[in-house]
Design a protein around this ligand. Structure first.
Ligand code: ADP
Ligand code: MG
Length: 677
């Protein structure tokens, strides 16, 4: 045909292809050279021998030594995937799993998702070809449900073990058991810190393989007096470094997305104020929900004459290694999950970091040359206010999800499960109580059919229960949309600083009729769908397209899971009460009543709470509400709130509430002391 006949074009294309492949191989070559420079490289053969000789190995090496990116490749090159089995490498954070997989696919010169892939909740980027699978620890935990002996893997590397996330801690117990049953399975536990002895002891004295690190001296500066506003101090320090210090990038540790965005904005403003006399400052944020396209930016080399400042959450402490950092700014805080086993309430709190974290953070500046760390707290505070270590997550979190998973795996005796550090007995009890209240367990603590169905959903048990209950109320179609929207988090609405009034008006359009936040979410989703999933529609309504697409994705997966548990997709869109009753079936423990003073009180345990200002019901103050989650800022706020009828609590959860709880809500309306005289 014409294209083939056209000699010129043919030559040209061939040449272009040749150029491209030359460019590609030179990139590969460069990456190959970089790989050889990593601290782990000289130990490649020794490492492979150790894996060959031992079933379980604990690996310790400084951040950046090449554990995460190189070890799976070495094993692949040494033939550990020849038997058709994969190498799993778990990461505590989704961003790390994605970013590392992307890097390794580049180094191997393959397309991401082919030989090298990743798997995170609601996103599976792997294929038949995949041999190296980076995944969150939570995903591997879920894989146990489908394959209790992890048959598809020849090696499991539990990476970032020092982070001691809840899923990692549970994985320890499970993989230890599998390793006994499967002598052919290799188990690697890798950590960036020196608590390796503890891991080794836990794994029956497994040998420790140390990768000697290169570390340059880091100069530590403390503030003379405590800082009243650490964000402002971080910004001022960044600009001072930029104006006065020799070249080298800056890494600032902040606590979350909101803080990072605020800091980014202020930094941009102040830089504009400084005009062109000062060198360019490239600002790169990195946090869990940062869109994938922007994640790569932090790894791009800084252009000559410019300086990069990375505004990161804890993710940059050990999970991600960014080259070129010379200055670290450490305000001394991170967001930590806290759980009160008495009330069963969980919240994310900004808390002082531990001494161990502070050391890790400082270390990030001395990886490629001498560095400086600016701690925005006093030396006294470091010595006296910071704990030595952060307690493992298992000791400060709600265990309901994990207990449900373990029950599904047939692990009945939770008290005697081989925990590295056991959780508080109260927390286990609370989890069992909640699962019983949700009818996932029976009185004897055995898994019920409802529980088994709930466990199919990779969601919090309350959310799974809400979905499973939608069968009864014939509104599964609506409920999975709501569940998907809730799973996206708080990034649906977009509120630009200069258009807040418009944005708020657009948002309130979805709230007409005081339908509550859950159903408002449903309205947003459905309107978007009615508008053919239009991007333009999102812009007009101050809604984040990206979040909506993510929600659609999650929703599709939830629909697939419904099929798996044999719940029909039925729609009951005009019956808001049916939808609200489904929500109540999962969230009845989160009910609160209005008090005379305008605050709310939890029905079950008298805790005072408030409706979050972002809620559509913030000004309405219904008599009785349910909330999705609690956030603690200046007060305990309920986020995502819906009004319910108090009698529903009795109807839906008679084993949890009694008449007294519900009647109180009306008697509160009466003046106190009434009838006493
Ligand atoms: P470790 O796991 O021991 O902390 P890594 O294997 O993560 O070390 O990192 C080794 C090297 O790979 C580092 O120099 C780091 O800069 C580089 N690297 C890791 N991930 C990426 C990425 N996504 N993009 C570019 N470079 C990366
Ligand atoms: Mg690593």
């Amino acid at each position: 045909k014409a294209a083939v006949m056209d000699g010129d074009k043919f030559d040209y294309e061939e040449e272009l292809a040749l150029e491209k492949s030359k460019a590609k191989s030179s990139v590969l070559e460069a990456l190959h050279e970089e790989r050889k420079k990593l601290p782990i490289y000289p130990f490649r053969d020794e490492f492979l021998k150790a894996v060959h000789d031992h079933q379980v190995l604990v690996i310790v090496g400084e951040t950046g030594s090449g554990k995460t990116t190189q070890i799976p490749q070495y094993l692949h090159e040494a033939g550990y995937t020849k038997n058709g089995r994969m190498i799993a490498c778990t990461q505590p954070r989704r961003v790390a799993a994605m970013s590392v997989a992307a890097r390794v696919s580049q180094e191997m010169g393959v397309k991401l998702g082919h030989e090298v892939g990743y798997s995170i909740r609601f996103e599976d980027c792997t294929s038949e070809k995949t041999v190296l699978k980076y995944m969150t620890d939570g995903m591997l935990l879920r894989e146990f449900l489908a394959q209790p002996e992890l048959e598809s893997y020849s090696v499991v590397m539990v990476d970032e073990a020092h982070e001691r996330t809840l899923s990692t801690d549970i994985l320890f117990g499970l993989v230890k058991d599998v390793a006994r049953a499967r002598p052919d399975l290799k188990l690697l536990i890798s950590s960036a810190t020196l608590d390796a002895e503890k891991f080794s002891n836990y794994f029956d004295c497994a040998p420790i393989f140390k990768i000697p690190g290169r570390r340059y001296p880091v100069e530590i500066h403390f503030t003379k007096a405590p800082e009243a506003d650490y964000l402002d101090a971080a910004i001022v320090t960044t600009l001072q470094i930029h104006a006065t210090q020799p070249p080298g990038d800056i890494l600032v540790f902040l606590t979350g997305q909101e803080e990072i965005e605020t800091t980014e904005e202020i930094l941009k403003q102040r830089m504009r104020g400084l005009g062109t006399k000062i060198a360019e400052l490239i600002i790169c944020p990195i946090y869990a929900n940062l869109p994938t396209e922007l994640q790569a930016k932090i790894f791009e080399p800084t252009p000559e004459g410019a300086r990069k400042v990375i505004l990161a959450t804890n993710i940059a402490e050990t999970s991600l290694t960014i080259d070129g950092i010379k200055y670290v700014i450490d305000p001394g805080f991170s967001k930590m999950k806290c759980y009160n086993p008495r009330t069963g309430m969980e919240s994310l709190l900004v808390t002082p970091i531990s001494k161990a974290s502070a050391m890790q953070r400082a270390g990030r500046s001395g990886r490629t040359g001498p560095g400086k760390c600016f701690r925005l707290y006093t030396a006294y505070s470091f010595q006296n206010d910071l704990d030595d270590n952060t307690p493992p997550e298992i000791q400060r979190t709600n265990l309901a999800n994990v207990v449900l998973t373990l029950k599904c795996l047939g692990i009945e005796d939770l008290i005697n499960f081989e925990f590295m550090d056991p959780p508080p007995i109260d927390a286990i009890k609370k989890a069992l109580e909640l699962l019983y209240a949700l009818s996932a367990l029976n009185v004897g603590g055995k898994l019920t059919k409802v529980g088994r169905r709930m466990a199919e959903f990779p969601l919090d048990p309350m959310l799974s229960k809400m979905i499973v209950a939608s069968e009864k109320y014939k509104c599964s179609d609506e409920v999975i949309s709501i569940a998907a929207m809730l799973s996206v988090g708080n990034s649906i609405f977009y509120r630009p600083k200069d258009k807040q009034v418009h944005a708020d008006n657009a948002r309130m359009n979805f709230h007409t009729g005081n339908i509550g936040d859950h159903i408002a979410h449903l309205k947003v989703y459905n309107s978007w769908k009615e508008n053919n999933y239009s991007t333009q529609w999102c812009y007009e309504n101050y809604i984040q397209v990206r979040s909506m697409k993510h929600a659609r994705d999650i929703r599709d997966q939830l629909a697939g899971l419904l099929e798996r548990v044999e719940i029909e997709l039925t729609s009951n869109s005009n019956d808001f009460d049916a939808i609200k009753k489904s929500i109540t079936s999962g969230y009845f423990p989160h009910s609160a009543r209005l008090q005379k003073n305008g605050t709310y009180r939890m029905v079950k345990h008298q805790q005072t709470v408030h409706i979050h200002p972002s809620s559509g019901l913030a000004e309405i103050l219904p008599r009785c509400v349910l909330y999705h989650e609690l956030v603690l800022t200046s007060k305990e706020y309920m986020r995502q709130v819906t009004e319910i009828k108090p009698q529903w609590l009795l109807e839906i959860a008679p084993h949890f509430y009694d008449l007294k709880d519900v009647e109180n809500s009306s008697s509160n309306k009466m003046p106190r002391g009434h009838g006493l005289a």
